[in-house]
Design a protein around this ligand. Structure first.
Ligand code: 13P
Length: 279
């Protein structure tokens, strides 16, 4: 199995009506723990790289690391580029080996988002890569109106026009979700997901997967979500595991021992999350 095209992994999930989790990971341990957790449960998984981390870890390093770690896995592992706002960076990432990228033009006027996305799809064709785009306003989970105000949600008619004009592989939708820690419990607009899914017939992506109750995630997958992004909860689970070690005076002050000791709790979080969507 090992390193596969993310589009193939997501297409398989879409066809068979389960969800694949895309965990953001910016270093060796964060990638390794995700891949080993997926291997433990025998389910495919995606790793997401965020372009804003470029000064910390280059696209090239992320690709080489993911490839080398994935080689040891029995399950399909894919590497995807998360929110990217710049065509040159998108091309750079694809040149470095990303076979799936997200071009996020959601903050642009509709027609500019179409133009940017079309340009990305055209460039991606040269690399044989797949493109995820975003339509609607997936804002911050700290701002309740970002995920409660339906005027900010993805409009199904706009979504169909967007797909027809751009030829994207998958679409990130605003359906009551937002990034970060939710100030109040989110309430996903499941009928909207279903309507968009039945109309577009392509994999839909749910960003802001942290803090959404498991039952809602499962229902969202039944309605057409094939990929769920999780970052905040993963980083917190990792942080909490490290904190337990660091706060234990009996433990040696050894960062390697700390990483090894943390893996068990981090893996539990990852396994649970993968199983919610693909149980
Ligand atoms: P969370 O940080 O809210 O889990 O969102 C992750 C995400 O959607 C990355 O694109």
């Amino acid at each position: 199995m090992s390193f596969e095209k993310p589009g193939d992994i997501v297409r398989e999930a879409y066809k068979n009506k389960y969800g694949v989790v895309a965990f953001n990971a910016f270093n060796y341990e964060a990638m390794k723990f995700v891949i080993e957790a997926a291997d433990q449960v025998g389910k495919p998984v995606l790793i997401q790289h965020y372009p804003g981390w470029y000064d910390y870890i280059s696209f090239e390093t992320a690709v080489e690391m993911a490839k080398s770690l994935a080689k040891k896995a029995k399950v399909p592992v894919g590497l995807h580029l998360d929110h990217c706002y710049d065509i040159d960076l998108l091309k750079h990432a694809m040149r470095a080996g990303f076979m799936s990228v997200m071009c996020d033009g959601s903050k642009m006027p509709f027609d500019d988002n179409i133009k940017f996305t079309k340009e990305t799809v055209k460039a991606a064709k040269e690399f044989g890569a797949d493109v995820e785009a975003e339509l609607g306003n997936i804002g911050s989970a700290a701002n309740i109106s970002d995920y409660a105000d339906k005027s900010k949600f993805t409009d199904p008619d706009d979504a169909l026009r967007f797909l027809n004009e751009t030829g994207i592989f998958s679409l990130a939708v605003a359906v009551g979700n937002a990034h970060g820690n939710y100030a109040v419990l989110p309430n996903l607009d499941l009928p909207r997901i279903k309507t968009i899914s039945e109309s577009l017939k392509i994999p839909l992506v749910l960003h802001g997967g942290s803090g959404i109750p498991d039952e809602q995630l499962k229902e969202a997958v039944k309605c057409g979500i094939a990929k769920v992004n999780v970052c905040t909860d993963y980083f917190r689970a990792f942080y909490d595991a490290v904190k337990i070690y660091v706060n234990d005076d009996k433990k040696s002050k050894d960062i390697f021992a700390c990483m090894i000791a943390s893996q068990k709790d981090v893996t539990k979080f990852l396994v649970d999350k993968i199983n919610v969507l693909n149980g």
